[in-house]
Design a protein around this ligand. Structure first.
Ligand SMILES: NC(=O)c1ccc[n+]([C@@H]2O[C@H](COP(=O)([O-])OP(=O)(O)OC[C@H]3O[C@@H](n4cnc5c(N)ncnc54)[C@H](OP(=O)(O)O)[C@@H]3O)[C@@H](O)[C@H]2O)c1
Length: 220
């Protein structure tokens, strides 16, 4: 396998939503999580080499993507951002961990320069949007053997539709949010046929604090 082992990890409501409404930070929903759930999340972060969220999640949630609830090393933060349109004061530029912004030829040079000045590395992969087929072997060749993908729904779909996912781990939040346009675990066009859907096998389920955790293996 010429790519990292990929685990999608997400907090989802009972109806599969990632946040309260389109454009809302999921941080509000995450206030429902207790310390044990955060520890579970951060244990995974401490074990992987890299962590990825989409550029929209950086703009909306401003996550740090570091390990804070357990002891352990921070993974390398990898952000696909086709025009490098990421706020320069974003938490992902904190000095706690290395950060890679993955971008395309569409990114203006001035933005690239400012991001490099923040200490982040730039990788070019793709013409229009970030090309994950090109990117994953590059990450693998740099020693990123395991990658945690923490959303949002667009990035999750991009990985899933290409068969680049090995596991899905979910922290279930005991609420229903509703709303047709609210981002769910996986966005995009969808597979539309049973023949093409991604099949999963439940590997384990348990409680951490008040949350149900389910861990799924992808069946090929
Ligand atoms: N509950 C949770 O665990 C959780 C976790 C993460 C996020 N969220 C929520 O999810 C929402 C954001 O999800 P989202 O689906 O809107 O955005 P997203 O998946 O975080 O990011 C999508 C963005 O990535 C960039 N991108 C670069 N290459 C791409 C490619 N090949 N394909 C697709 N996108 C590419 C695009 O931005 P550019 O045009 O700038 O390149 C695109 O808009 C937020 O509300 C956030 O709070 C929830």
């Amino acid at each position: 396998m010429n790519r990292p082992y990929v685990i999608i990890v997400s907090e989802v409501t009972v109806d599969g939503k990632l946040t309260l409404y389109r454009g809302a930070s999921s941080k509000e929903l995450m206030t429902l999580m207790d310390q044990e759930a955060y520890r579970y999340l951060h244990e995974i972060r401490a074990k992987v080499d890299g962590i990825m969220v989409g550029c929209e999640t950086v703009r909306t949630d401003n996550p740090s993507l570091t390990v804070r609830y357990v002891e352990g090393k921070n993974p390398i933060r990898i952000i696909p951002c086709s025009t490098a349109n990421v706020p320069l004061d974003a938490n992902i530029f904190s000095p706690d961990a290395k950060t890679i912004i993955v971008t395309t030829k569409r990114a203006p040079e001035e933005r690239i320069r400012k991001i490099r000045d923040k200490g982040a590395e730039i990788i070019f992969a793709g013409e229009d949007l970030v090309d994950f087929e090109e990117l994953l072997p590059i990450l693998y060749s740099r020693g990123i053997n395991s990658l945690m993908v923490e959303g949002g729904s667009s990035i999750n779909w991009e990985f899933i539709r290409r068969g680049f996912v090995d596991e899905v781990r979910l922290i279930h939040l005991p609420v229903i949010v509703g709303g047709e346009n609210v981002p769910t675990l996986v966005g995009g066009e969808g597979f539309k046929s049973l023949k093409n859907v991604m099949n999963l096998r439940l590997r384990s389920h348990f409680k951490r604090g008040h949350q149900l955790i389910t861990e799924w293996e992808v069946i090929r």
